[in-house]
Design a protein around this ligand. Sequence first.
Ligand code: GLU
Length: 493
Amino acid sequence: MTETRLRFPPSPTGYLHIGGARTALYNWLYARKTGGKLILRIEDTDAERSTQESIQGILDGMKWLGIDWDEGPYFQTEFESDHEASATRLLSEGKAYKCFCTKEELDAKREAAQKNKTTYGYDGTCRNLTAAEVAEKEAASMPFVIRFKVPNQDGEIGYDDKVLGYIKAQYTEIEDFVIVRSTGKPLYLLCNVVDDIRDRITHIIRGQDHMTNTIRQVLLYNALEAPIPVFAHMPLTLDLKKAKISKRKHGEIVAVHFYREHGFIPWALSNFLVLLGWSPGDDTEFFSREELIEAFSLERINKTNSIFNYQKNNPKFFTDPKAIAFNEHYLRSMPITEIADMVQPFLEAEGLWDSAYATDRKEWFLQTLDLIRDRFHVLTDFADLGRAYFSDEFPVEAKPLKKNVLKHEGLKEWLPMLADRYEALSEFTLETSEQTARDLATELDIKPGIIMNGMRTVVTGQLAGPSMFDILVTIGQEKVVSRLRNVGRLFEN
Ligand code: GLU
C-alpha cells in the first residue's frame, strides 16, 4: 500500500485561527492514524499579504497545539519554476492556450450576458487561434493570460468526496479558466495542484469553501496526468448568526494565540476543535491523543456546518462555553505535575513564581494547585483567583468584602483574637484550626459561619473556594495569623 501523505498549506496572511487549526488537526490525525506523513507547506505566493510574523505565528501555534509535521515547512515561493514549467507543459501539449482578450472586451461580454440574463462564461474566443494569429499578437506585444482548455466534450467530470459523496459538474458548465495571469504569474489554483503533485499528496482535507476550486483542480490533475488525491471537504465553522468564522470579522477571539494567552490547555482546545465538525458516532467527548487518532475517520466528518457558540458580551466566558468546559475537564483531571508545568509561566508573568516551587517547596506547590484547581476554568485563574496562595498582596472581591466582612463590625476584634489563638497553636492542622475557630464562636456566642466566612474573605479575598481548613493549612500558620490580625485594614476605606 502506498504511504498516505497529507498536507497543511496555510497562507501566511494573518495569525493561525481556530478554523485553520482544525484543518491542520484533521490532516494530522489522519496522517497519524494511517502511519503516513504530514507535510507543512506555507503558501506564501501572495507577496503583498504574506508576512514573516504570520509564518512564525503559524509554526508557534502548531507546536503549541502539538501538531507535529514530518516534512517542511516548504515555501510555495521556492517552487515558482515548477509552477511555470507546468503551465508551459500544458501550453505545449495543447491543453492550455494564450488568451489575448482585453479586460474591456471581457467586461462587455459579461455585461451583455447579465442583460440577457444568461450565465457568463468565457466564450473561447482565443481557443482556436491559429499559430500564425498567436505569433502575430505576440509580435505586437499584446498582453495575454493563459487559460486552461476545458475538454470539449459532453458528460460530466467528478470526484468522490469522502465527506460529501460524488461531486460532479458538466464539462460544458466549466469555462476555460485562467491559470497564468498577464504578469506571467501562475494562479493559486494551479500552484496548489503542482505542489500537491510534487509533494505526492494522497489526501486533501480542507474546508468546503475550497470546493469551488476542486472540480477545476481535478481537470488539472487529469491534464498533468497525475493521480487525483482523495478529497474530504469539511464543514465550515459559523458563528451564532451563521456568519463564517474569520479573522476579519471575529478578530482575536478566533486566534489560536488568544487561547494560549488566556490559559487554555492545548489539548483541551484541540479536542474541542476536532469535535467541531467530526463525531465519533457515540457521545464520547474526551479523548486522549492516542484515542482520538484511533477513533478518527474521514467518513465521520460532518456534512453540515458547525456552530462556534461564542457570544460577544457573555459576561461569564470569553469564548464558546463548550470550549471552556473542555478546558475545565482537562484542567481538573490532568496529572498535577503537567498542570504545574503549564501554570508556571502564568505565575512568572505575574511575579508570583518562586524557584523553590520546583525544588524544596515542590510538594507544597503541587498540593496547592490540586486543592484550588477544582473551581478554575483556565490556567490564568491560578495567578488571578489563586493569587492569595502565592502572594500576600491580593485583591479582595467586593461581594464577599461587603457581605462577609464589612457587615460584621465585630470581626475587627474577633479575627485578631482568633489570630492570637492560632499563633499559640503548637500544631496547625485541619483539626486544631477548626476546633479553635469553633470554640471562639461558642465563647463569643456568634454563629461559626460569621467567623468562617469572614476568615475566608480575609485569607483568600474570595467568596468561595476549597474547604476553609484546607485553605488555612495550605497557606500556613504564619501567613494566616498575619492576615487575620490585619483585618482592620479592610474597614478603613
Ligand atoms: N492556502 C490555502 C488556504 O490557506 C489552502 C488551500 C488548500 O488546502 O488547498 O486556504
